[in-house]
Design a binder for this molecule. Structure first.
Ligand code: ADP
Ligand code: MG
Length: 628
């Protein structure tokens, strides 16, 4: 018998390969956009006609190609991105197979125009079914434009297999979004049949998400952030109340690539447990980085599934991170606080709005007992309440309950445009009740059972849990001090020797630099313990051991990995050990400061550990109590 095996001609091989790479117009879009990004473009335009069936064109201002490269780029396995196999483990680019352009050129009419920065003129190449039909010198801008026309013109079966324009456009937009979301620093535009669908300016990732999904998205987003040895996580989740019936806006990006992962999606859902209405799905945009050698990149060119080495650990970390942010930001909307739209991360206090002294309008002639339910009285006098100086006063000891923050959101509770703060009559003796006609007081507080503070607000009353509220105040102050300000430290006259178990010494040693940024100074680490020479100004000498022990306990409980957000754990732990406890009597001034400070927090309504810090009872609710 004669030999029957022969090598396939290139164009046939390319067509077969194209079947793998190009399933539909959206696959071409993805490849071309990725090439433009790999070429370092800062501006990318995508033009489509008829859902990409007639035209897909990507124009970039990247580095362009030389004339030789412009010809070579359509060859199979022609790539500038890797040179040998070891490069596969340190990929910096989206593409590396050198297959895309060869495949696309095998099944469409392709027109390439490209010019490098240092060239006077560029190159135009037309290629149809893998055959170069034209090569010319052309005048063109720096960068590359690739137009792919009549996709699958030579594979009718494929062309007929395409779905409706609506469906194919949807697929294209999905690809476009996935690429544009990971590259907020690149500006993108998308035109379909001469209509501009997207025009996305270069910005940051939050703004990119908002530009893509609409302004309403801004208020829905809660930032997430975490860093450990095996993963760095950034991104946003949408608050549970915005969960969707359809599983639409769920994005995982690993090392700047969009991926699908049922497993990790489960981790996110799990973190939302109990917060979602049945049948709804959380929205999320989670970007994470893992060391390239812990992720299998040698996957199918168009598949979005990936394989991770330490999947279980990633699951746990993602779940904990999302849960943490939910605890931070997702609070029942008890009161409609004016939200700071620039809210970024719990550690970022730099943008905190300057707070102003609240002005409270009081009507001294107002007698609350004149009518059953007082209607809005006319303002006749303006009193301003100021509770002290600005944030520098944190340098005092928290334990001495020295609250000196200004009131900010406080205002929202106690006044609004035309509403007066109703005076709270000191409910003691009859005579006093009626005397209050002259002595109207606002924001008057009462301590109840050495545990709660009761205060009157415009809509009724607010009941504050003193210890949990103080935890919130301290927590935010600590975060601010640790991450934004220079840590202030007080030098100890006599260094303190704290003896600790060996494992505890190691643990403290592991977070030494983090502790130092809170103000701790470690003179020495010995076999038996640590010698402390300085402490944060916010704690007293007698509290050192308490604080460290609490911190060690919290670290052991919370930390699956030793580098797990130390700052946050520290701030929580410090807040917990230093907050005033139930059973502490508070003076009128202390109560008032507590209220003011709580409501100037970013998230006043939950303690750092997620418990409610206050409850309100509206006048209506109070009325119903008496209506039966
Ligand atoms: P890969 O991206 O896997 O390398 P492609 O077939 O997509 O393979 O592209 C082949 C080569 O053509 C790339 O390696 C790159 O050198 C060049 N190339 C493709 N698109 C562009 C572009 N927009 N700008 C500059 N060079 C490009
Ligand atoms: Mg490519």
């Amino acid at each position: 018998m004669s030999d029957i095996i022969q090598l396939l001609p290139d164009h046939v091989a390319n067509q077969i390969a194209a079947g793998e790479v190009v399933q539909r117009p959206a696959s071409v879009v993805k490849e071309l956009l990725e090439n433009a990004i790999d070429a370092g473009a800062s501006n990318i335009t995508l033009l489509l006609k008829d859902a990409g069936k007639t035209l897909i064109q990507v124009i970039d201002n990247g580095k362009g190609m030389s004339t030789t490269d412009a010809r070579l780029c359509f060859e199979r396995h022609a790539t500038s991105k890797i040179k040998d196999a070891k490069d596969l483990f340190n990929l910096q680019t989206k593409g590396f197979r050198g297959e895309a352009l060869a495949s696309i050129a095998a099944i469409a009419h392709v027109e390439l125009k490209t010019k490098q920065e240092n060239q006077d003129v560029g190159t135009l190449i037309k290629i149809e079914g893998s055959e170069i039909v034209c090569q010319e010198v052309v005048s063109t801008a720096k960068g590359t434009s690739i137009a792919v026309k009549n996709l699958f013109y030579n594979i009718p079966a494929r062309r007929n297999f395409l779905k409706s324009d609506t469906v194919e456009t949807r697929h294209i937009i999905d690809e476009f979004q996935r690429v544009a979301l990971v590259h907020p620093n690149i500006s993108f535009s998308l035109h379909h049949n001469n209509n501009e669908v997207y025009h996305l300016r270069a910005s940051n990732s939050r703004k990119r998400i908002v530009a893509m999904f609409g302004n309403k998205m801004n208020e829905k987003l809660v930032p997430i952030e975490e860093q450990t040895d095996i993963i760095t996580i950034k991104g946003f989740i949408a608050k549970p109340e915005y969960a969707k019936r359809k599983r639409g806006e769920q994005f995982f990006f690993v090392n700047n690539r969009f991926i699908k992962s049922t497993y990790l999606n489960h981790a996110v859902n799990n973190a939302f447990e109990g917060l979602l209405e049945h049948g709804t799905h959380p929205t999320y945009f989670i970007y994470f980085e893992v060391p390239p050698n812990t992720i299998d990149i040698n996957i199918h060119p168009t598949k979005t599934e990936v394989k991770f080495d330490n999947e279980k650990a990633l699951y746990a970390i993602i779940r904990a991170t999302v849960k943490h942010s939910l605890g931070q930001y997702n609070v029942a909307p008890v009161l409609d606080f004016e939200r700071d739209a620039t809210l970024d991360t719990p550690y970022d206090f730099k943008d905190k709005k300057e707070v102003s002294t609240p002005h409270i309008i009081v009507d001294p002639s107002f007698n609350p007992f004149k009518n059953d339910i007082p209607s809005t009285p006319t303002p006749s006098k303006t009193t301003s309440i100021s509770s002290g100086s600005n944030s520098n006063s944190y340098k005092k000891s928290y334990a001495q309950t020295d609250y000196k923050k200004d009131a900010g959101t406080w205002e929202a509770l106690y006044s609004s445009e035309n509403i007066q703060v109703e005076s709270t009559p000191p409910a003691t003796h009859q005579e006093e009740l009626f005397k209050s006609e002259q002595e109207t007081e606002t924001g008057k507080t009462f301590q109840i059972q050495k545990k709660y503070i009761l205060s009157s607000i415009k809509s009724g009353v607010v009941l504050i849990h003193q210890s949990l509220a103080h935890q919130r105040i301290l927590y935010e102050e600590f975060l601010e001090n640790i991450t934004v300000k220079e840590a202030s430290s007080q030098q100890l006259l006599f260094p303190i020797n704290v003896s600790l178990a060996k494992s505890d010494i190691e643990m403290i040693y592991g977070i030494k630099s983090d502790l130092e940024s809170t103000g701790f100074v470690f003179n020495e680490f010995t076999k038996e313990g640590v010698v402390i020479g300085g402490i944060p100004t916010s704690i007293t000498e007698s509290q050192i051991i308490l604080v460290l022990e609490q911190l060690l306990d919290d670290m052991k409980l919370e930390v699956p990995d030793a580098s797990f957000s130390h700052f946050d754990i520290m701030a929580k732990s410090f807040a917990k050990s230093l907050a005033i406890k139930t059973g502490t009597v508070l003076s009128a001034k202390e109560q008032e400061n507590m209220v003011n400070n709580l409501f100037s927090c970013k998230e006043p309504s939950v303690s750092p550990l997620g418990k409610a810090t206050f409850k309100t009872l509206t006048l209506q609710e109070i009325d119903t109590l008496f209506s039966k």
